[in-house]
Design a protein around this ligand. Structure first.
Ligand code: AMP
Ligand code: MN
Ligand code: MN
Ligand code: MN
Length: 276
């Protein structure tokens, strides 16, 4: 049976493996079809496609786009997008510019909390790619402010903490448009991670469908088994195509590995069945 992993990150955003190394690791883990879905960029896809040919992995061109919906940040996956599509690239480029602005805001807040040099520090960890909160986390761990990335998020980077900046990302409708105009399918990433009430999650799904969204990430490395089943039920109820992805960011997060995803729960319509 074909093994799919349709959500992963590289050094083009906040992952720690280059696209080529990620594809190589996916092959070793038994993944046949791997989507590279970096935050707000398609930068890694060219290298990944080449590595896919070398290693015999089918690489799906993807991205994970940052959206602000009803005051919260939601991630929308684009699968099988054409990376040459101009409206998509213009949109992603706008988001990357905003990432720079936000990074300066995060750094100035951290400075008020006594952390010096966070912008330069995060930038160094981003190694020329876009800046994400993960890069701030790496800098803060390196500088001894926290013991690991998880505790940086908990103590510095989330709501109510000194380095928190509420994102002002793109609108849901425009992001679904960018993805579909680029020939891709949009999917709500890790829907259980937003900790929404059932009512609010249903509102999100309805807005997403209204905008032309088709997919729902039922199985995710960041979902518990129970959450996978709850999300499968929503996918069925709303006739959304189910997708599955590890959200792998690198080998230093051993709790999320490539190629170890459970099957989609029964009754789900897999998104890849629509690809022939
Ligand atoms: P950003 O898009 O720059 O706001 O960064 C979001 C990224 O931070 C996510 O994609 C995750 O990779 C990472 N992240 C968010 N929350 C946590 C957490 N609690 N622990 C570790 N990484 C996290
Ligand atoms: Mn990330
Ligand atoms: Mn995400
Ligand atoms: Mn992700």
């Amino acid at each position: 049976m074909t093994s799919y992993d349709l959500h992963s990150h590289t050094t083009a955003s906040d992952g720690t493996l280059t696209p080529a190394k990620l594809v190589e690791r996916a092959k070793a883990a038994g993944v046949d079809v791997l989507a590279i879905t970096d935050h707000d960029t398609t930068e890694g896809l060219l290298q990944a496609d080449q590595a896919g040919k070398t290693h015999g992995v089918s690489v799906v061109n993807g991205c994970e786009v940052s959206v602000t919906w009803a005051g919260i940040t939601v991630h929308i996956l684009g699968l099988n997008v054409d990376p040459k599509n101009e409206p998509l690239q213009a949109g992603l480029s706008r988001l990357r510019e905003y990432r720079d602005t936000r990074a300066r805001e995060i750094a100035s807040k951290l400075e008020k909390a006594g952390v010096q040099g966070a912008f330069a520090g995060a930038k160094k960890h981003a190694k020329g790619s876009l800046i994400s909160r993960t890069h701030f986390a790496h800098f803060l761990v390196e500088s001894g402010y926290a013991k690991d990335v998880r505790s940086v998020f908990k103590h510095f980077l989330v709501k109510g903490k000194p380095g928190f900046v509420a994102g002002k990302w793109a609108e849901l409708g425009e992001v679904v448009d960018w993805i579909t105009t680029a020939g891709g399918q949009a999917a709500i990433a890790h829907p259980a991670r937003y900790r929404l009430t059932r009512t609010k999650l249903i509102r999100l799904i309805e807005a997403f469908k209204q905008a032309g969204g088709e997919g729902f990430e039922v199985v995710s490395g960041s979902h518990s088994r129970d959450e996978c089943f709850t999300m499968a039920k929503h996918a069925c109820d709303f006739e959304l195509l189910a997708t599955a992805g590890s959200d792998f960011h690198g080998p230093e997060n051993p709790w999320i590995e490539l190629g170890r995803l459970p099957q989609l729960p029964p009754g789900c319509e897999p998104i890849w069945n629509s690809w022939h």
